[in-house]
Write a protein that binds this ligand. Structure first.
Ligand code: ADP
Ligand code: MG
Length: 692
């Protein structure tokens, strides 16, 4: 339950003076519906009114603040003309311009003969300086009325900066003093203010530097957020360590026969990952390990060998794929190996109906089936296992910490192994997968041919089509990925359909298309046709199942490559060159490219190392949109920024570990304050674990 002292900040913004339902709706759009959301929306910029240029020094085009004499009012001679007020200092003249103004209001605000501090956007009007609708008109006797540094917030249509600022000031007044959850020595060493103070420095800054990411107040708030997150993850880890697991130690017989059946030997990266897994599985605690490695680095094989360990020890294993197509593909690639070893392996998906399904379910329940490959349905429906020992999740970035936790809370607490094909930078792994242990496969099996990557402007589409024709003539297959349209699936689909029609005109029946709106049966049919070589060219939106394997595909064309993230492009590129023939990746872009897009595409051209690309992606994107953080399951931070606060993340992780080691239930004075912190950031998983 939320502590009572937080109730004021979790109140609706409509409880703030001056915020009615209409403004509340707009503010909700940019910040959120509650006062706390407002407080956690950092300004994006700052208007500096501390400088007071003379009229002669003030530059049109800038927002300036000047001390002016009010010389004369000139009410409009005709309707629809502006009301003008002539002002000056000893260096020159400025005209204030008001449209639709009320004369008595203006005469009160700016009496003739008075001196006023006037702030606003200065313009040049035929050589004369004028200022339409000043932001501020202040009596110089009351300087405290003028905010010298005014924060600028994100806005939306109908929401004015002044409304937002006013709401923010009211929100600040509602913020209570909270018990200090940070260690005093750490605060002192960093010269960080208390939470309440940090918020007011952020939203009522007293200097131009106050809102920068490196400012002490901002850093403190960022650290709060990171600590809340790391504490949550540490609690999840601790809960897992406490929950009893089983020790699986097979005799190695099945594994040996699997390895003997393979025409190659494991890479040392695979051997190492497997050693990590074996140690976890042998231990009596529950395994929660992430194996990350590029597409084609041999993760699936590692997972299979791990499953054999569970089977050897007498238990069952399940492999959960994100889609039916991928489940089927896993079956295909593991079937012969399973036969060679003598384990029973089946798929179980939504496509299984009637008697077949009943038979499969019975096999799983009675334990005749050793390994089940399936989709989410494996867990959502009440599929009963005889003795499930290991769950492998081929995750492709679809789950977050929360869902994984839910998964492990289900059923008989099996060991868990997660595979992800998008390498994640170390810092990000700490947050997205901070609840797990991590093994990386950085080495690829030998003999992989490099993929020739080229960037080509959209104007040269005909060259690309010619290249596709040559590939098809050689009997090779090509993927064609259609533009991602952020705003709308429907638009993306239209684009894809148009391209499909164009290419069908050129290449005829050999062209197929898959997209997200198709039924899974239709998708599956098209994918199989491509897989079996009946289609030569596959048009796809990115919803194509990126894990899909077509060994004969040698080229991939990606339209509007500039709209994709680096990690995504790398994933897509991994679709080709899997069958021993050299691959090509043609990145079609629409110029002119921005700096970041240019950098992204050229890094991709120069490197095939997914880990390096992930680090570069992080560097290029900074915070906010890390590898599409929604995708990666990483939380979206509101105050922390990876490019500025990366170093704080490791500190937060160590801090969280240390705290829990000393005070596992957060009952000390600092512990109790940390519980408040968890509530401030609404880490429900954490507070639930604590109260359990
Ligand atoms: P991932 O799951 O990481 O995408 P896979 O396990 O599907 O990779 O492996 C990709 C391909 O490489 C498969 O055809 C697999 O048989 C093969 N492979 C796996 N490990 C090795 C290895 N050590 N040496 C050679 N080929 C390998
Ligand atoms: Mg795979």
């Amino acid at each position: 339950m939320r502590p009572a002292l937080l109730h004021p900040v979790f109140a609706d913004i409509t409880t703030l003076p001056g915020v009615g339902p209409k403004m509340a709706a707009l503010i909700s759009k940019v910040a959120g519906p509650r006062i706390i959301d407002l407080l956690m929306t950092p300004p994006t910029g700052l208007i500096d009114r501390s400088r007071r240029p003379t009229v002669a020094d003030a530059t049109p085009g800038e927002r300036v603040t000047m001390l002016l004499e009010v010389d004369r009012h000139e009410p409009p001679s005709q309707r629809r003309r502006p009301y003008r007020i002539l002002c000056s200092d000893e260096t020159g003249f400025v005209t204030l311009v008001y449209f639709h103004a009320k004369e008595d209001y203006l005469r009160k605000l700016l009496p003739e003969g008075s001196t006023r501090v006037i702030s606003g956007a200065l313009e040049d009007y035929g050589g004369a300086k004028q200022m339409p609708h000043p932001d501020f008109v202040m009596d110089p006797q009351r300087p405290e009325d003028l905010p010298l540094f005014e924060p600028v917030y994100p806005l939306t249509a109908g929401l004015h900066q002044s409304v937002m600022s006013k709401a923010m000031r009211a929100a600040l007044r509602a913020a209570p003093v909270l018990p200090e959850w940070q260690e005093r020595t750490w605060l002192e060493a960093r010269k960080w203010p208390a939470w309440r103070e940090a918020l007011s420095e952020l939203h009522a800054p007293e200097g131009a530097g106050a809102i920068s990411a490196s400012a002490p107040s901002r850093a403190r708030l960022a650290y709060d957020e990171l600590l809340a997150d790391q504490l949550t993850l540490a609690l999840v880890r601790a809960a897992r360590r406490k929950s009893p697991g089983r020790s699986f130690r097979g005799d190695g017989a099945m594994r040996r026969s699997a390895l003997a059946a393979l025409p190659f030997s494991l890479t040392s990266a695979q051997v190492n990952a497997l050693a990590d897994i074996d140690a976890d599985m042998t231990a009596t605690t529950r395994m929660a390990r992430l194996v990350q490695g590029d597409v084609g680095s041999g993760k699936t094989l590692v997972a299979f060998l791990a499953m054999l360990n569970a089977v050897e020890a007498g238990a069952q294993a399940a492999l959960m794929a994100p889609t039916e197509i991928l489940a089927r593909q896993h079956l295909q690639s593991l079937k012969s190996l399973a036969e060679a070893v003598g384990v029973t392996l089946i798929t179980l998906t939504g496509a299984d109906k009637g008697e077949q399904r009943t038979a499969k379910l019975a096999g799983v329940a009675k334990g005749y089936v050793d390994i089940v490959i399936g989709t989410h349905a494996l867990f959502q429906e009440s599929v009963a296992f005889h003795d499930l020992g290991l769950v492998v999740v081929d995750e492709q970035h679809r789950f977050g910490v929360r869902q994984r936790l839910a998964l492990t809370e289900k059923g008989p607490q099996p060991d868990m192994l997660v595979m992800t094909a998008t390498p994640i930078p170390r810092t990000l792994a700490l947050t997205a997968y901070g609840d797990m242990d991590v093994s990386a496969i950085r080495e690829k099996p030998p003999g992989r041919k490099p993929i020739a990557t080229r960037t080509i402007p959209l104007e040269r589409l005909h060259d690309v089509i010619a290249a596709v024709r040559r590939a098809l003539q050689k009997g090779e297959q090509v993927y064609w990925v259609c533009p991602l349209v952020e705003e709308s699936d429907a638009l993306a689909l239209t684009a894809a359909e148009t391209r499909y029609a164009d290419l069908k005109d050129i290449f005829g029946d050999r062209v197929g298309m898959v997209h997200g709106r198709m039924s899974s049966a239709a998708k599956e049919a098209t994918m199989s046709a491509f897989h079996e070589g009946r289609l030569g060219l596959l048009i796809a939106t990115t919803v194509i199942e990126v894990g899909v394997d077509a060994p004969n595909a040698t080229a991939i064309v990606i339209e509007h490559a500039e709209r994709f993230g680096l990690a995504q492009l790398h994933q897509l590129r991994g679709r080709v060159g899997r069958g021993g023939k050299p691959g090509a990746c043609l990145l079609l872009y629409k110029g002119p490219l921005g700096e970041t897009a240019k950098a992204r595409l050229s890094i991709l051209r120069d490197s095939e190392d997914g880990f390096r690309l992930a680090e570069e992606d992080l560097r290029l994107r900074g915070s906010g949109d890390l590898l599409g953080s929604a995708q990666s399951g990483a939380p979206r931070y509101r105050l922390a920024d990876f490019s500025a606060h990366g170093e704080l993340l490791t500190a937060a992780r160590d801090d969280a570990e240390l705290v829990l080691r000393r005070d596992p239930r957060l009952q000390s004075e600092r512990g109790k304050a940390l519980v408040v912190l968890l509530h401030v950031f609404e880490r429900a998983e954490a507070t639930r674990l604590l109260s359990a």
